[in-house]
Design a protein around this ligand. Sequence first.
Ligand SMILES: [Zn+2]
Length: 117
Amino acid sequence: MVITDLKRHFLKLCADEEVDVQWCDNPLKALALSGELEFIRTPCITSEIAYAVAMHELGHIKSRNRSTEQIARERAAWDWARRNALKWTPRMEAYAAASLRWYEDQPSEPAGKPDNQ
Ligand SMILES: [Zn+2]
């Protein structure tokens, strides 16, 4: 499986859900907006990590987790990404775990966060 397969898979899922995708250079700028307008900004999928991030952002929309606790929403989005990805490698899992640890380390209202949801 090559990266273009992963990218195609992600874009197909977004097209099916009518989610708009915008690419960005910086993974820290990744975000997902849901509601009337569904929108994802995520790094262009040039690696399996970028694919994991993109699937995670889509997970924010698809998991429908509206918990008031951010860490619960983060975990639900990663769970969705892991379940729906074409492949899930140890490196992708390590990235997800590191991201969740970052949120766990934050006080309840983080001032700067690596992604908006
Ligand atoms: Zn997130």
